[in-house]
Design a protein around this ligand. Structure first.
Ligand code: HEC
Ligand code: HEC
Length: 167
């Protein structure tokens, strides 16, 4: 006897294909959803988020006094020397005691650039602009550590253009 009551017999072919495609898409996106969180870097580490893990060892700063090339023109240069114990507060700014315009002759430190003496409207002022007072908001020391995210950055000069004055 033919089983006329089974419901799938009532579905025509295009409807079957639509349902099958929907199942495939559902399974595929679920599978991708499983894989993706494992591909993004686990910034929080293996410690469960509600527990306190032991703090990692602080990396050793590179303090070789070699000024590093900047990756792009407006990059805040990185700090190539130790800043251990330098006070940087409302009352005292140790960085300025060497890097301020008036002190660079004796300290031999590179002067903070003119942009540090400008208001946000480009107005020149006599002293360091308050928005450039807390140096370490932009300038940071470097350590030799493996990057959390792979970096494929290419310097502009490696992209095959002829710089001015090279011929
Ligand atoms: C004792 C003087 C002194 C103090 C204090 C000091 N610096 Fe420096 N800084 C230098 C000298 C000298 C250099 C040049 C490179 C070198 O010799 O390390 C330099 C280089 C730098 C550079 C690199 C500039 C470039 O063009 O590559 C940055 C950024 C910098 N310092 C930021 C700071 C910050 C931020 C502080 C405070 C937390 C600070 N410095 C405190 C003397 C000082
Ligand atoms: C808001 C971000 C910011 C803050 C805060 C800041 N800088 Fe900078 N700094 C920069 C940028 C961006 C550059 C590179 C472009 C330029 O010269 O403006 C720079 C450049 C420098 C240079 C290199 C100048 C040159 O001509 O090579 C020195 C030295 C420096 N800063 C020191 C300091 C010190 C010391 C402080 C704290 C008093 C400080 N900066 C605060 C962003 C900042």
């Amino acid at each position: 006897m033919r089983r006329q009551d089974s419901s799938y017999r009532h579905l025509r072919r295009p409807e079957w294909i639509t349902i099958a495609a929907a199942i495939v898409v559902f399974v595929a996106t679920a599978a991708i959803g499983q894989v993706v969180p494992q591909m993004v870097p686990q910034l929080e580490g293996p410690t469960p988020s509600m527990e306190t893990g032991a703090a990692g060892v602080l990396p050793k700063w590179v303090t070789d006094d070699q000024r590093k090339m900047r990756a792009y023109p407006d990059q805040p240069p990185i700090i190539p020397h130790s800043i251990e114990g330098y006070e940087l507060s409302v009352n005292a700014n140790r960085c300025l005691s060497c890097h301020k315009r008036e002190f660079t002759q004796d300290s031999g430190a590179p002067m903070i650039s003119v942009t540090h003496y400008m208001t946000r409207d480009g107005q020149m002022i006599a002293d360091v602009s308050p928005r450039r007072y807390f140096c370490t908001a932009c300038h940071v020391p470097q350590a030799n550590t493996p990057p959390l995210v792979r970096n494929r950055f290419k310097d502009m000069s490696d992209l095959g253009f002829k710089p001015a004055g090279s011929e």
